[in-house]
Design a protein around this ligand. Sequence first.
Ligand code: ZN
Length: 254
Amino acid sequence: MTKIEIPGPGSKFDTVEEERLHRKQRLAAAFRIFGRFGFDEGVAGHITARDPEHLDHFWVNPFGRSFKQMRVSDLLCVSHRGEIVEGDGPLNRAAFAIHSQVHAARPDVIAAAHAHSIYGKSWSALGRPLDPITQDVCAFYDDHAVFDDFTGVVLDLEEGRRIGHVLGSRKAVILRNHGLLTVGRSVDEAAWWFVTMERSCQSQLLAEAAGTPVLIDPAVAALTAEQVGSHVAGWFSFQPLYDVIVAEQPDLFD
Ligand SMILES: [Zn+2]
């Protein structure tokens, strides 16, 4: 018995408007959760959700708005050309350069998350992938890459394209000297991968500071990856975080 049975999202929407509102609500909640975890660093960081109707458009946070105060009504809808087609506020050009190219390269991806969280960026400075040293980090076993070419703030579409290329079909990429980027088939999934990847970076930094971590055997790491690293597992792991933030900060729905 190696399979873990967990419920999936199972959401069905009667209209595209309902689906759009659902995505925007999950997105606003994801920002509040990132704020709660302290993933914000000034104005850096962005999470995007593909529009369910206009598939080359995505929803994103306005530049300069705190993650901790994000509301559904704050979100911007941006076209593949970088035009703001809905919402008020400035667009972070780095958010556009990276996320537009990731969404274009990965039609299966609904959401992408990137922030300058402290352990992710610290780990990124080492230029190494994460090792299979805990059950949780096995979600990324053979499923993340390192983009080892830091050239300053990503403002160029071509660099976003190269990040998308290095990401490939994986769920995450470590941007060397910069931070983490995760993707998912739902906002829930992308946000959860970010949370657990950040904590996996913290875990490996702690373990290596204290000694030499014991690696999980490759076959066991691969099995554990199937158990904790599936799309459904990523979505499911986000649900308790969502429930708590909605109960505590219902104004995120404004
Ligand atoms: Zn960044």
